[in-house]
Design a protein around this ligand. Structure first.
Ligand SMILES: *[C@@H]1O[C@H](CO)[C@@H](O)[C@H](O)[C@H]1NC(C)=O
Ligand SMILES: *[C@@H]1O[C@H](CO)[C@@H](O)[C@H](O)[C@H]1NC(C)=O
Ligand SMILES: *[C@@H]1O[C@H](CO)[C@@H](O)[C@H](O)[C@H]1NC(C)=O
Ligand SMILES: *[C@@H]1O[C@H](CO)[C@@H](O)[C@H](O)[C@H]1NC(C)=O
Length: 407
């Protein structure tokens, strides 16, 4: 209860930190990133369809434009590690691997832009990337200018191979270097992730420097991974939630929906929690072949609207009630989004009366209740002492919105 009280206080006084002033990521960005699905597959001879190459990103861009992804809001096509050549060019600039990106990044950016999409690229604050490719340490200005010259729209800046005491300075220097190019480049940091191991990061400094930041371990294509990210976020919510808002967001890492590791209920739970956490919605999956149910979930307009709500407040866990967990996010127009999770991984659907949900307190007279997951269902006007209950599948979620009716 103490934690909830502190959060409500923070919500009343508003956001604590100032955001990076580059006019970008005023809502959490949406897009696609190659890592979880395609990792560091550089063997284009053996696996031409799945290796990290310009062909992969062009194909994803084609599908994003053709199959409703861009129109749903997913507009960043992002490259992760393993794109560069092992050597910088004669003038010290990063260059793409010539075998896998024969046209170079500038041409790829032009192609992606021609589809109405944006291109993201990856580098590292240290001497080498996590996979051992050249990092940006000692080259921040050159690399920022190179990315700007290529027309890149986002930089994911990893934190491997960096002296830990220099992490804040390195991330700040790159932020300044990006600003000095005069180009609009979303700055995606991993600064807090690499600092938590030895001390609490300075979220005021981080949100002044970055448009989004990773706090915790890489997501894997598994339920245990998705669960552990939600749990970490809830346990640290009084530290991380107040730092989020228009221009800067906590990044719980990629959506793994549409891959192999999650049941459909678990995919719904990831989508609902990422919407409530005001997380960047960055998928990592194979858009060229995806189960229609996963596609419909990722493109669900009502869930996306919660994620993109203009108030820009991150949600938080408000209750643990037996095997249930309740997460809530205040939205604009006095609407509250509520996710009720059933953490049990055995048995069948379990019922929770809605009056047990902490946010129900806002319905002191009448409330309009709308269920969004697992199925859209207008539950109608409910009185304060309603007997309405939600039935939640094991490891699944029920996502609702409630809006007080005043009259
Ligand atoms: C650079 O920073 C200044 C001051 O914070 C800001 O007004 C400007 O829009 C920034 N430019 C870019 C390209 O981010
Ligand atoms: C950051 O920039 C300052 C000022 O130019 C410089 O002294 C410092 O060495 C830089 N730090 C890193 C990690 O690049
Ligand atoms: C955190 O960063 C802010 C902004 O850069 C700075 O003013 C503040 O002193 C820092 N706090 C600590 C504890 O270092
Ligand atoms: C309740 O909300 C639903 C959509 O979420 C809307 O269609 C309906 O008109 C609302 N009813 C009232 C009485 O506001």
């Amino acid at each position: 209860m103490r934690c909830v009280g502190l959060l409500l206080f923070t919500l009343l006084i508003g956001r604590v930190a100032k955001a990076l002033d580059n006019g970008l990521a005023l809502k959490p960005i949406m897009g696609w990133l190659h890592w979880v699905r395609f990792m560091c597959n550089v063997d284009c001879d053996a696996d031409p369809d799945n290796c990290i190459s310009e062909r992969l990103f062009m194909q994803m861009a084609d599908v994003m434009a053709q199959e409703g992804w861009r129109d749903a809001g997913y507009d960043y096509v992002c490259i992760d590690d393993c794109w560069p050549s092992r050597q910088r060019d004669a003038s010290g600039r990063l260059q793409a691997d010539p075998g896998r990106f024969p046209g170079g990044i500038k041409k790829l950016a032009d192609y992606v832009h021609s589809k109405g999409l944006k291109l993201g690229i990856y580098s590292d604050v240290g001497a080498n990337t996590c996979a051992g490719y050249p990092g940006s340490l000692g080259h921040y200005e050159t690399d920022a200018q190179t990315f700007a010259d290529w027309g890149v729209d986002l930089l994911k800046f990893d934190g491997c191979n960096m002296k830990r005491t220099l992490i804040p300075e390195g991330y700040r220097n790159m932020s300044k270097a990006l600003n000095a190019t005069g180009s609009s480049i979303v700055y995606s940091c991993e600064w807090p992730l690499y600092e938590w191991a030895f001390h609490k990061p300075n979220y005021t400094a981080i949100s002044e420097t970055c448009n989004q930041w990773r706090n915790y371990a890489d997501v894997y294509d598994s339920w245990s991974s998705v669960k552990s990210i939600a749990e970490w976020t809830a346990l640290h919510q009084d530290i991380v939630v107040p730092s989020a808002g228009p221009g800067g967001w906590n990044d719980p890492d990629m959506l793994v929906i549409g891959n192999f590791g999650l049941s459909h209920d678990q995919q719904e739970t990831q989508m609902a929690l990422w919407a409530l956490m005001a997380a960047p919605l960055i998928m990592s999956n194979d858009l060229r072949s995806m189960c229609p149910r996963s596609k419909a979930l990722l493109q669900n307009r009502r869930i996306i609207a919660i994620n993109q709500d203009p108030l820009g407040r991150q949600g938080y866990r408000t209750a643990t009630l037996g095997s249930f967990e309740v997460w809530e996010r205040p939205l604009s127009n006095n609407i509250m989004a509520i996710a009720v999770r059933n953490k049990e991984e055995i048995g069948g659907p379990q019922k929770l009366p809605i009056t047990k949900v902490p946010g129900w307190k806002m319905c002191d007279f009448l409330c309009n209740v709308t269920q969004i997951l697992p199925k859209f269902n207008e539950l109608g006007i409910q009185r304060q002492h309603t007997t309405l209950a939600v039935a939640v599948n094991p490891s699944g979620v029920v996502l609702l919105t409630i809006q007080p009716i005043l009259d």
